[in-house]
Design a protein around this ligand. Structure first.
Ligand code: NAG
Ligand code: NAG
Length: 471
């Protein structure tokens, strides 16, 4: 017989190597959720969910791993995930297994593991907080709006907890809007809830079995702000030792996911209604926070140079050529320069080794990003020793890139591909350690494996950010 710990270890190992779908039934039922409270905050263009669970070990041996379930929809757009013990201000080890699919009740799910700081004895309890940030893809409701009309959005999520364990008591709460309304379910069974005091609570519900019910809840809420989404960001950072500068250039493909206009855009109506001054789903200005003491700012779009931007200290305000209504797109480029010394540290051992640390994003506030391609161009012949990014990376690659002013093999380019980012991770820093020798040889491109979502990593970059809803 295997002991419980080796079963768990075996199970984890197993998870890493199985190809194809696994039956979620193999997750051991060692816990019971005594109380599970989900809070979904809709105040931003993405959803911030806090899951507060009191759990009890119902196994006959101490247990350390708690498995939690994510629906495919949440997993596909997840930006941040972390967990803490309730009342303890420190992240605990947890990870989502990105490659492994499970099937429960006919639905595909993803599973994550929270590894408690110490095992919990049989019959004992503890409380966990799980933080999830993801793009819920709110839909305008009922669809189009008139100029100046208030915007409502529809959020669809699972009504009941989807858990590997029995749940004794469950509530679901929405917050972050002045009004909420539950759309009546089609069979008209439940009475629809409404709320206008800034939050809506569904439940409590009792005795829910593992994976019992995947049925959705549709909630309509007021949201009188744009929903900026960058479908693609190309962020290039050029290191020049010679000029002692770090040059940034960013190309954005921006779309506003807010409600489209019912009857096209009329500039006359827009001016008449002073709508530019009113709050609504339209986007009139973008505000970005740049590194301190940036200079030589510029902005261009398809038409040419854009002059309607202002820089006030580290804030960059850009007014696009036209207000961006729902579904409207805007492609633009911004650039600026900083002193290299703000970002570069040389290793004090005479080894010609440098460490460059730079922010992962500087983009507009309250924004989601589908795809981000972050490139750092190092001096010609630089040899990359390490690349470290605190976020789940799709791909990291080091190549040599020739531009017309390079004489030899060209600049060394470090490319990091990321997806599902949000503005709040802008404070996270990535690092590149490299060596510049006079005769650095051409290095073959190499790739660094796809990383897993680890909260441990988030710990380094996110500890300065107030991560979530305060419960
Ligand atoms: C993001 O990148 C992936 C892979 O490169 C691509 O398949 C996908 O279509 C891109 N998404 C968007 C919105 O550009
Ligand atoms: C922005 O660029 C994308 C990709 O090149 C293109 O499909 C889209 O039409 C552009 N949008 C505008 C408004 O120029």
């Amino acid at each position: 017989m295997l002991s419980a710990t080796s079963v768990t270890a075996f199970f984890l190992l197993f998870l890493n190597f199985v190809v194809g779908d696994l039956d979620a039934g193999i997750i051991p039922k060692q816990w019971e959720n005594l109380e599970l409270h989900r809070t979904i905050d809709v105040s931003r263009s993405y959803s911030q969910e806090l899951i507060d669970i009191r759990i009890k070990n119902i196994h006959n041996e101490p247990v350390r791993q708690y498995y939690f379930v994510l629906t495919e929809e949440v997993f596909d757009t997840i930006s941040l995930f972390s967990s803490t013990l309730k009342g303890v201000d420190a992240y605990i080890e947890s990870a989502i297994m990105p490659e492994q699919n499970f099937v429960a009740n006919g639905q595909t799910i993803k599973v994550g593991v929270v590894s408690l700081p110490s095992p919990i004895e049989p019959g004992h309890e503890t409380s966990l907080l799980l933080n999830l940030v993801y793009n819920s893809k709110y839909q305008p409701y009922p669809g189009h709006v008139d100029l100046g009309e208030e915007q409502k959005l529809l959020l669809r999520t699972n009504r009941f907890p989807i858990s590997a364990y029995d749940t004794q008591k469950y509530t679901l709460e929405f917050q972050g809007s002045s009004s909420f309304e539950e759309l009546q379910s089609l069979n008209g069974e439940e009475t629809a809830e409404t709320a206008s005091n800034g939050k809506m609570v569904i439940g409590p519900f009792d005795s829910i079995m593992p994976y019992q019910d995947f049925s959705p809840i549709d909630v309509v809420f007021e949201h009188n702000s744009p929903l900026p989404r960058v479908s693609h960001l190309k962020r290039d950072i050029w290191v020049s030792h010679w000029a002692s500068s770090l040059q940034f250039e960013e190309y954005y493909e921006l779309i506003n996911d807010a409600a489209p206009l019912k009857s096209g855009f009329s500039r006359a109506d827009y001016m008449k209604g002073q709508l530019a001054l009113k709050k609504g789903g339209h986007l009139t200005a973008l505000e970005m926070i740049l590194p301190d003491s940036s200079e030589a700012h510029y902005c261009t779009d398809l038409v040419g140079a854009v002059s309607t931007f202002k820089v006030l200290k580290d804030h960059f305000f850009l007014k696009p050529r036209f207000p961006l209504f729902g579904n409207w797109k805007y492609n633009f480029t911004v650039g600026w320069t900083n002193q290299l010394s703000q970002f570069l540290h040389s290793q004090e051992d005479g080894s010609d080794t440098y460490i460059l640390s730079f922010p992962v994003l500087n983009g507009p506030s309250d924004t989601v990003y589908d795809n981000v391609s972050l490139s750092v161009y190092l001096p010609e012949g630089a040899e990359v020793m390490d690349v470290w990014c605190p976020l789940p990376v799709q791909k990291t690659e080091v190549t040599a890139e020739r531009s017309y002013f390079d004489l030899n093999q060209g600049h060394t380019k470090v490319n990091i591909e990321l997806k599902n980012l949000i503005d709040r991770i802008a404070a996270s820093e990535a690092f590149v350690r490299y060596k510049v020798t006079s005769k650095a040889l051409y290095k073959k491109p190499f790739s660094i494996a796809v990383s897993v979502f680890t909260a441990l990593v988030a710990y380094f970059s996110l500890k300065h950010i107030s991560l979530m809803i305060d419960s």
